[in-house]
Ligand binder design. Structure first.
Ligand code: GDP
Ligand code: MG
Length: 697
């Protein structure tokens, strides 16, 4: 071994407790970065071994087998084999003791590859009845094997000792499996090529040949695979037999033959089974789902209200205080309206974002999310989306940026792309302030006494509208621009568990930080840029000091500014949608970030410049605004058209920036921008012109 710290990779199926074990072994001082070339998080931290001193631990993404295809699963394979990354000195294979049969499949694959390995039989605290016999399982696999519980810290010292002993020791020969003749002849066709390409021999060459046979096909999306190898695999697979099934079958036959070891080991699954009878029930399951989603929305829109109010008050006070301290002028304006206003625009979203990720974190960590995805799978599949698209779509209600990152768990690039192309249609929290403003300004609270709560229904309607459009868009794009073969969705249902608060909080924080960094910087920059566009070129201040003259001056100054001129320039294009140039200014601002729309309209109508004008909130100004013919500028029809536009247009620089990073180019962000914005324009046109034909104003 070299002088450097040994690298120890924690590998295992998803949800086996790798991350918790990683934190226990290292004390959570993880250094987080990305794997080279892909956007999958790489977490490394240093931990102490009893005698060998420090070692680096790597928390590898979960995978069920090594014949895997998603970006995260590819990373797992690479980390294990050391392709393009430093090879680990030792693998700690984390196994869920309550799911031994399935977990041993990966253990067997690792074993075939001859990677130095220690098996950690985790979750031993959840095993009911006789615990698994670590020594005999270890003997069967030919690997050291330790029973641990990352939760209760049982067996951690023993695990560290086993790791220490295994470092540097060479593993013995792998277990002998009875491969059927068809598999043996396929191996014989591929193995020589594998040997010469990767310079390996013996059992490892055979294991890599098996890996290639089960992983490569026309659409595997694995990069850095020599084309001649893929050709050889396709050739070897062209026979009448189903090689995948034969190979998987032979491995499970070996595992089943160890039956004596596995029998008697039973997880506390009876609870999960009983709960699942309800959660997965076609009627009750949906009822629970609806109740949970309703509470989620309740949490998002009313529980976070007081916090939002608090933040708004705080930023207002800072603005007023700062404005009082600084001499009047450009610098003061820039700081107060541009910088403080911009930061406020970002921070005001935090309560909702935190609340959403708290909810999603609890649902994920408890195992419910997988069940919701299972329930939704039929609907998702009907529109051509992958079952795993459900969580990103849900996250899209808070913010498309972390939602797009959440698509990384999907196996195929095509499924990921399709999800990324429709997630921005989900009604993110940045649209909410626009909806609230328009609805409050232009629609009555209720009709027929209290019989018809118009405002609440309008808001719910906008959310339903965006969800339906997102699903329709998925169906259309999945049959046109992103056509692809459907692959079956094998769903893994993790056991129902009490969520670990630590994991939930960590998840909540990491996703919120993502939002703050990715969206925050863009929103701040846009607010400041808009302030400049709205403020220059400047008109000389009015000579007349009267109130009326000041208001008239403000209107002229706006028309004179760059933003005002831009609004005028696009007016012909948006007039058919019912918008004038002032709305145009707001829409231009909103192309940076939607939430900027409301503050821009505030600037356009001169709100918040003057303390005593606060009595005239923006919605009053909007109601008072007239067209040249004296009729109200903003009618309910104009409001509806405006909301539809905001719901559908690709008005978010952060989303486009993240898309560019995740897809590695400008093609998909450009596509998203063009299709969504065209859709928005056409839909608003239909709403406004259709409404006028029906006699609305
Ligand atoms: P990963 O996907 O392999 O990284 O798994 P996590 O570390 O995220 O753990 C998945 C879930 O299992 C979390 O809710 C953990 O709190 C829980 N968990 C992890 N280790 C244990 C354990 O030893 N016993 C029990 N009962 N739960 C555990
Ligand atoms: Mg993990």
């Amino acid at each position: 071994m070299s002088e450097a710290r040994p690298l120890i990779a924690l590998v295992g199926n998803p949800n086996t407790g790798k991350t918790l074990l990683f934190n226990r072994l290292t004390g959570q001082n993880a250094r987080v970065g990305n794997y080279p070339g892909v956007t999958v998080e790489r977490r490394v931290a240093t931990g102490k071994l009893p005698q060998a001193g420090a070692a680096d631990f790597l928390d590898v993404p979960g995978t069920y087998s090594l014949s895997a295809r998603s970006a995260e699963e590819q990373v797992a394979i690479r980390s294990l084999l050391g392709w393009g990354v430093p090879p680990p000195d030792l693998v700690v294979l984390v196994v869920d003791s309550t799911q031994l049969t399935r977990n041993l499949y990966l253990a067997l694959q690792v074993r075939e590859l001859g990677v130095p390995c220690v098996v950690a039989l985790n979750m031993i605290d959840e095993v009911e009845g006789s615990p698994p016999d670590a020594a005999s399982i270890g003997e069967a696999l030919g690997l050291p094997c330790v029973a641990v519980s990352a939760r209760t810290r049982h067996g951690l010292d023993e695990l560290k000792l086993a790791i220490q002993r295994a470092l540097g020791a060479r593993p013995g020969p792998p277990p002998v499996l009875a491969w059927p003749p068809a598999v043996l002849s396929a191996i014989a066709q591929v193995q020589p090529l594998v040997s010469s390409l990767w310079q390996v021999e013996g059992p490892r060459a055979q294991a890599l040949a098996l890996w290639a046979l089960t992983s490569l096909d026309e659409e595997d999306e694995l990069d850095a695979i020599p084309p001649e190898l893929r050709q050889a695999v396709l050739q070897a697979r062209s026979g009448p037999e189903d090689l995948d099934q034969l190979i998987v079958g032979a491995r499970y036959a070996w595992i089943d033959a160890q039956g004596a070891l596995l029998s008697g080991v039973q997880g506390s699954r009876t609870l999960t089974d009983r709960v699942d009878a309800v959660l997965l029930h076609p009627v009750w399951g949906f009822a629970v789902f609806l109740v949970l989603m309703a509470s989620l929305f309740q949490a998002l829109f009313s529980w976070s209200d007081p916090f939002i109010g608090l933040i708004e008050t705080l930023f207002e006070n800072v603005s007023v205080g700062l404005a009082g301290l600084l001499p009047e002028g450009l610098v003061s304006d820039l700081l107060v309206e541009g910088v403080i206003g911009g930061v406020g625009n970002v921070v005001v979203f935090l309560p909702q974002i935190l609340m959403l990720f708290l909810f999603i974190g609890v649902l994920e960590d408890s195992g419910y999310m997988a069940r919701a995805a299972y329930l939704m799978d039929r609907i998702m599949k009907a529109v051509g989306l992958h079952g795993r698209a459900f969580v990103p779509m849900m996250s899209g209600f808070a913010c498309a940026v972390p939602a797009i990152m959440a698509t990384r768990t999907m196996e195929r690039q095509r499924d990921r792309l399709l999800t990324m192309m429709v997630v921005p249609l989900m009604s993110c929290s940045a649209r909410l302030p626009v909806y609230t403003l328009v609805i409050a300004a232009l629609f009555p609270p209720s009709l027929f006494g209290d019989g018809l709560p118009v405002q609440g229904l309008m808001l719910t309607g906008m959310y339903l509208f965006s969800t339906v459009i997102a699903l329709v868009a998925a169906a259309v794009l999945g049959r046109t621009a992103l056509r692809g073969r459907k692959i079956p969705f094998v769903m893994e249902l993790p056991p129902i568990r009490l969520p670990s608060m630590q994991s939930v909080l960590r998840l909540m924080w990491s996703r919120s930080r993502l939002f703050l960094v990715e969206a925050g910087t863009v929103i701040l920059a846009c607010t400041m840029a808009l302030w400049v566009l709205l403020s220059f070129p400047r008109l000389p201040p009015p000579i007349d000091q009267s109130e009326a003259a000041a208001v008239a001056w403000q209107a002229e100054a706006l028309e004179y500014s760059v933003a005002g001129r831009m609004g005028k320039a696009i007016e012909p294009a948006i007039a058919p949608l019912g918008f004038d140039w002032k709305i145009g200014v707001g829409l231009i601002g909103a192309f940076g970030a939607r939430e900027v729309f409301v503050s821009t309209m505030g600037l356009v109508y001169g709100i918040g410049e003057d303390a005593d004008e606060e009595s005239l909130p923006l919605r009053e100004k909007m109601r008072a605004e007239r067209r040249p013919d004296g009729s109200p500028r903003y009618t309910p029809l104009v409001g509806l058209s405006l909301m539809v536009f905001i719901a559908l247009a690709a008005q978010c620089m952060s989303t486009l920036a993240v898309l560019k990073r995740e897809t590695g180019g400008y093609r998909w962000p450009a596509f998203l921008f063009v299709y969504m914005t065209t859709l928005a324009w056409v839909a608003s046109l239909l709403v406004y012109q259709g409404g006028r034909l029906l006699g609305f104003q």
